[in-house]
Design a protein around this ligand. Structure first.
Ligand code: TYD
Length: 223
């Protein structure tokens, strides 16, 4: 597939970290803890999410996730995610990185590659292509993939209500998502760090902190 490590290498400023994984994998809690840790060290951290993060992107989010929009075509969905991302990158992510801040984003491009590219069957290459203008030539520096099997994800989510439109999809859809995240992690080992989401919250947090500390250490020593 497209070498998605190829873009975003120029003019790197700030630190762009994304979190990916199945629903219910615990990434939101981990993100908040990582934010506190980094702020404690004196970094300015911007916490955000996709789809969303700006007024326009949150409106697009409501449009996409509305359970009444069952008839939404997969391409409409993919283009709306890309549109929400374009606004988010231009208005929030890019400016924060230019100010040399750390951006922590709950879901990003890989969600589109997995959910729309594979889950909806549009193809990862094609979905990457429609997202390219939105990326403004910058990919995440680090992506944490919370590796949680679909079975465990369902178990953790049971009882959670109301379900959004995407959460109502069939179980095989989640199996496809899981496999595509696996594939992305295998193909992009320098960017995507796999975390065993069945481990305890402190254990996962420790792994994340070590990874980020190491990355910042390398940046500071100019390697
Ligand atoms: P959300 O409630 O934020 O889910 P989660 O807590 O799992 O992050 O809903 C976001 C949903 O949108 C989630 O089911 C994944 C999906 N999604 C895509 O299909 N494509 C995308 O590009 C993004 C960003 C999210």
């Amino acid at each position: 597939m497209t070498d998605i490590n190829g873009v975003g290498e120029n003019q790197k400023k700030g630190l762009f970290i994304t979190m990916e994984g199945m629903d219910g994998s615990g990434k939101t809690t981990q993100m908040q803890q990582l934010k506190q840790y980094l702020e404690h060290q004196g970094y300015k951290v911007h916490l955000t999410r996709e789809p969303g993060g700006t007024i326009i992107s949150e409106k697009i989010r409501n449009l996409i996730l509305d359970p009444e929009h069952e008839e939404m075509h997969p391409w409409t969905e993919a283009l709306l995610y890309a549109a929400a991302r374009a606004q988010h990158v231009a208005e929030v992510i890019q400016p924060a990185l230019q100010r040399e801040e750390i951006v922590l984003c709950d879901r990003f491009l890989d969600s589109s590659l997995a959910y729309q590219g594979v889950g909806r069957g549009l193809g990862m290459e094609e979905v990457f292509r429609i997202n390219q203008p939105a990326l403004m030539d910058r990919l995440p520096d680090i992506t944490f993939w919370f590796n949680l099997t679909p079975e465990e994800s369902f178990r953790r989510k049971s009882g959670r209500d109301p379900k959004d439109r995407l959460e109502q999809q069939h179980r095989s859809f989640y199996e496809k998502i899981y496999q595509s995240y696996r594939q992305l992690a295998e193909e992009n080992p320098q960017r995507i760090v796999t975390l065993d989401a069945s481990k305890s919250i402190p254990w996962i947090q420790k792994m994340m902190r070590c990874t980020v500390d190491r990355y910042i250490g390398k940046l500071e020593s100019g390697k």
